[in-house]
Design a protein around this ligand. Structure first.
Ligand code: NDP
Ligand code: CA
Length: 317
């Protein structure tokens, strides 16, 4: 698989961080549910053998082990109990999984159960404070989309951080639903941030990360909601661009019977007050992805992983 380099904001090559120097490495990845990839997605240029779970699972694990994130946020996980949880537990990770209430995987013959969001953390680096599984609502109505919100304590610094992982409603025509789901998640995260004793409008004491497949391009309402939230969030992958203001050109690239889809749907949001971004993993080029796009024998999902190195900002009173 082609090498991807870590880029420091400003253009230097980086990514040398390890658990001992205070860097927190975060991975966001829609790993492509096995049942959807084989039974629903119709990736017309992807050879069926590249979707064989017995081999594809090793490519997914290889990707995770190549970067060894301290925090791993995954969507479309339909092999949590039989693959991700036991394998990652042996490597020192602990995790939480929230299945979708009516996962489309269940409509696929021979499915392995519902897909959902999973949040793993390196237990050598973090201690669990709390984890909540959320079913996202829209206008007070339950929807089929979920989130996991986990609060962790860093064993190096004793600092707390909160991480949320989500996968918003897919497809065009559902922009309003995505926006409502994003509002629901932001409302919940805001309620957690306003801990007793914090002055109204004060800086949340627990810095936040929100990782997800938002199924929304940067011009959509839900992106604007996150970018302008009082939680003061910024999108880490903007730091890959020259001006530091633009998202990458794509985080997913596939060819379905309905045509080619190359778009930016996945994000790592972080508290501007709480973290600085030290490095982000560059995206593969169009040539590296290849003419048949994703997934492929080289890339096991139709989404690319997003990986960044963050560090706690020191606060000067
Ligand atoms: P979404 O519309 O959010 O999408 C589900 C998956 O389909 C996503 O993982 C998405 O991937 C993928 N996808 C996106 N675009 C396409 C496409 N063009 N072709 C194929 N796959 C695509 O699903 P919902 O959560 O809303 O669930 C919808 C399904 O759930 C229904 O079809 C039904 O089967 C089931 N359902 C059942 C209910 C019941 O009462 N039994 C109630 C509600 C739903 P990505 O995010 O990567 O784009
Ligand atoms: Ca998908």
């Amino acid at each position: 698989r082609p090498h991807r380099a870590f880029v420091c904001p400003g253009g230097r090559e980086g990514g040398g961080g390890s658990a001992t120097d205070g860097i927190i490495r975060v991975m966001q990845w829609n790993t492509l549910a096995q049942a959807l990839g084989e039974g629903m997605d119709s990736f017309v240029n992807c050879p069926p053998e590249a979707l064989n779970w017995a081999e594809r699972k090793y490519l997914i694990l290889e990707e995770i082990l190549t970067y060894r994130p301290h925090i791993l946020c995954l969507q479309e996980v339909d092999h949590y109990h039989d693959t991700f949880q036991p394998t990652l537990a042996r490597l020192g990770y602990r995790g939480n999984f929230c299945p979708k209430p009516w996962s489309p995987c269940l409509d696929v013959e021979g499915n392995n159960g519902p897909d959902g969001c999973a949040l793993f953390y390196d237990s050598a680096r973090f201690q669990l404070a709390d984890s909540v599984n959320m079913h996202l609502s829209a206008l007070l109505m339950p929807t089929n989309q979920v989130a996991v919100v986990t609060t962790l304590i860093c064993r190096l610094t004793s600092k707390r951080l909160r991480v949320a992982v989500t996968h918003l409603k897919a497809r065009s025509g559902w922009e309003c639903l995505r926006s409502a789901q994003g509002s629901d998640l932001l409302r919940y995260l805001t309620s957690l941030a306003q801990s007793p004793g914090l002055p109204a409008g004060g800086t949340p004491d627990t810095p936040l990360l929100v990782c997800g497949d938002f199924n929304a391009v940067p011009s959509e309402d839900v992106y604007r909601l996150f970018a302008s939230s009082p939680l003061n969030l910024d999108s880490a992958y903007k730091r890959l661009s020259r001006d530091g203001l633009s998202e990458p050109a794509y985080t997913t690239w596939k060819i379905r019977t309905t045509g080619e889809c190359c778009s930016t749907l996945d994000y790592i949001w972080y508290s501007r007050d709480g973290f600085s971004v030290d490095a982000v993993l560059d995206m593969p080029t169009e040539e590296q992805i290849g003419p048949n796009r994703l997934p492929s024998f080289n890339y096991p999902s139709d989404h690319l992983s997003l990986v960044c190195d963050l560090s706690f900002k020191e606060h000067v009173d």
